[in-house]
Design a protein around this ligand. Structure first.
Ligand code: ADP
Length: 435
């Protein structure tokens, strides 16, 4: 007898065994086989457990039945535009049912093209796209069972919020009571029930964005596709709507592919982030994986804000049979013994050292193993409230440290710093591969 454990959208890892026991106990008492248990977790604690029928929608979601799997896969997908621009260069990507995947990368890297190919709005030049177990290369967009939310949400100005949300269903000849049920449910999820009779001009930017999402939700599609949906909003609203989108996905749990150039948006929203660069996928991983174990210099530099510091170094013999990296004539940093084997074969070679600003902080007398002292002359001090960024140069290379806001750092003065070498990254100079 198979039982499926689905733990909702886990934004935090389960800590310890206590929560897991709770979940297992819940499975034991729910003696209807096979059953889905949705555990809602907040800060590592189970806030709610709900048992549902096999392969249903999320527990709070009743806008229609979602009985099919909705994985999305791209297999060796290529896009060459007329004129010869190769926008996407043979990507492979497997997106699981219910997963929230964010495509992120600099402008022009091929994210929108990839999304539009999944939607069917752009023909693919080679490869295969699969949705829910079917190859959809030749399936027109309206038959792909997807719903898309764009940055330009294009609501119909003469229609009320209700009618805007109902429009697609009316076109598809849904019965009136089913339309009302779906719109009301979506409005409840999005917290826009009081706005249903208003016209779009009487809504704020964030409210319009919600209506645009509502239009997608009522369709109850296999897949949501978001193309930079927040880029027209001001900074504060973006952050607010980001949380809203995450909440909606925790409730509706539809497979989602989301495009943004903003790495913070990517990190905060995604189950898995796909970092694209120049038409190829650099790395796919959870936000934590990308942050802690970037595969390339590009990913290391793209994920994290302020960006990781990169310094050309030479790997040398250190003390006691260990290794060190020489940053400049005056600065040599010991490599933690746990990394000696990994980096040994690069002895004598020019490499790139990567250290995040948060792993460069003010020196403390009682440091830990792997904490290396380095004294640098302060260039610029940037207080930001909860933290202060201090900028330096080593030779011509800029370096940023994230220090305590109580710092006494003054431009022109030396500041003793600690580099936490336990968090170091080492990259090949030519390929940018993290070793
Ligand atoms: P992103 O969404 O990452 O900013 P796009 O997918 O929009 O990137 O574009 C990828 C590349 O394809 C860019 O070089 C862009 O100029 C090019 N491109 C996009 N759309 C077209 C088009 N319709 N015709 C020709 N080239 C295009």
């Amino acid at each position: 007898m198979q039982r499926v454990l689905t733990v909702g959208i886990v934004s935090y890892p389960i800590r310890g065994d206590f929560e897991r026991r709770k979940i297992i106990a819940a499975i034991a008492v729910a003696n209807l086989p096979p059953i889905l248990i949705y555990a809602f977790l907040m800060g590592g604690y189970v806030t709610r457990l709900t048992a549902g029928a096999t392969k249903g929608c999320g527990p709070q979601h009743s806008t229609g039945k979602q009985t099919t799997m909705a994985e999305v896969s791209c297999r060796q997908v290529v896009k060459i535009y007329d004129g010869g621009v190769q926008a996407v260069k043979g990507i492979d990507l497997e997106i699981a049912d219910r997963e929230f995947v964010v495509l992120v990368g600099p402008s022009g890297c091929g994210k929108s093209t990839t999304l539009r190919m999944i939607a069917g709005l752009e023909e693919i030049s080679a490869g295969e796209i699969w949705i829910g177990g079917d190859i959809v290369n030749d399936v027109p967009p309206r038959d792909r069972d997807i719903a898309m939310v764009f940055q330009n949400y294009a609501l119909y100005p003469h229609m009320s919020v209700f009618d805007n949300m109902a429009f697609g269903l009316k076109l598809r000849k849904f019965p009136r009571d089913e339309i009302k049920r779906r719109v009301d449910e979506a409005a409840r999820i999005l917290d826009i029930v009081p706005l249903l009779d208003r016209k779009p001009r009487a809504l704020s930017g964030g409210q319009r964005q919600r209506v645009a999402m509502g239009r997608a939700i009522v369709r109850n599609p296999k897949v949501f596709l978001f193309d930079e949906p927040l880029s027209n909003l001001d900074a504060k609203l973006r952050v607010q709507m980001r949380t809203e989108i995450k909440k909606v996905h925790q409730t509706v749990r539809t497979t989602t592919v989301y495009v943004t150039h903003d790495q913070v948006e990517a990190m905060t929203l995604a189950d898995r982030v796909v970092v694209m660069n120049g038409g190829v996928i650099e790395q796919v991983g959870s936000p934590q994986e990308l942050y802690h174990s970037p595969a390339t210099r590009f990913v290391a530099g793209f994920i994290g804000s302020p960006a990781m510091n990169f310094l050309p170094v030479r790997v040398e013999d250190g003390t006691g049979g260990g290794l060190s990296v020489r940053v400049s004539e005056q600065i040599s940093l010991a490599v933690p013994p746990s990394r000696t084997d990994r980096y040994g074969k690069y002895k004598g070679q020019q490499m790139i050292l990567g250290v995040r600003p948060e792993h460069l902080f003010e020196y403390h007398e009682n440091g830990r193993a792997g904490w290396e002292r380095v004294d640098l002359p302060v260039d610029v001090v940037e207080p930001m409230g909860m933290e202060t960024m201090v900028h330096f140069f080593i030779g011509h290379e800029p370096v940023c440290a994230r220090v305590d806001p109580a710092t006494h750092a003054e431009p022109g003065e030396m500041l003793p710093l600690t580099a936490d070498m336990n968090q170091m990254h080492l990259m090949e100079s030519d390929t940018g591969r993290v070793v």
